[in-house]
Every structure is written in structure tokens, then in C-alpha cells.
Write a protein of this length. Sequence first.
Length: 173
Amino acid sequence: MFSLNRAQIIGNITREPEMRYTPNGQGVTSFGVATNRRWRNQQGELQEDTQFHEVVAWGKLAELCTQMLHKGSKVYVEGRLQTRSWEAPDGSRRQRTEVIMENFVPLTPKGAITALAEQTERVEEPVKPEKPKPPVQEKAKSKTQKKATKKEEKETEKTEEIDEDINLEDIPF
């Protein structure tokens, strides 16, 4: 039987990506991503839920993350979920579920300086766009344009008639 372990996240980076190296020299970068969910409850009140995800990148991908991603920027992360366990110094058992990154796309334009608070999206009621009415001036322009083209046609006809009446041999020079 087949199984699938896939995570896709679009959110804001909560802290600068931190690059470290394992004892064998392989690079590893970790950072956090916050995702927001907003909805209206049955009473019509706006509800909000924020989830924080730990993201880990390895190798060349880790180096790219430290170069391209920064705190507050928006990012698309794709990878798999992995839970690791360890024993804390106080003797308690700890667990952490992380997204092991396989691909990412920076969604904040290069060079843009934005704060995390500025990037929060607002949930608003959809507004139906009004159908634009054709401006009256455009109709008037089209009529004047028609008149102008008719005048130009008449003038070209006159010049053509004049050109036919003039014989080049009749010109004295």
C-alpha cells in the first residue's frame, strides 16, 4: 500500500534563517514560518488562527535559504514532515515536528523591505464591481473623428483632381 508525506506551506518567515554545519561538513539551515487562517464564525465574528512551523533545509538548499530568505518575507515551502524526539537536560522527553524542505519559492520581491506586520492580509467582504458606463465624451470624439476623416477624404479627392488637371509639360521651368 502506498503512502504520502507532503507539506506545502505559504507564510511569513518569523526569524532569520540560521545556518549551521554538521561535524561531517554538511550545511543545515533552520527557520520558522507562520501561517494564518481567518474565517467568520456562525455569529459573523472574525476568527483568526496562527500556526508556527519549523522548517529545516539541508545542503545546497540550506545555503540558498540563508542568501535569499529573510525575516518578515513571504515564502512558499514544499517538503515532508518529520518528527524527531530527544531527551532534554532535565530528563523529560521532547518532540518536534519539522518540515524538511525539498523546494522553496521566495514570494517577496527582491530588495523589498517589509515588516511582518505590514504583510498580514485583511479579510474583507467581497465588493461587486460596478459595470463601467461608456463615457459620453468617447462618443463625441468618435463623431468628430468621423467628421475629420470625411473632411480629409474630400480634401484628398480635390488634390487628386487638381493633380490630374496640371500637366507637367505646362510648367515653364
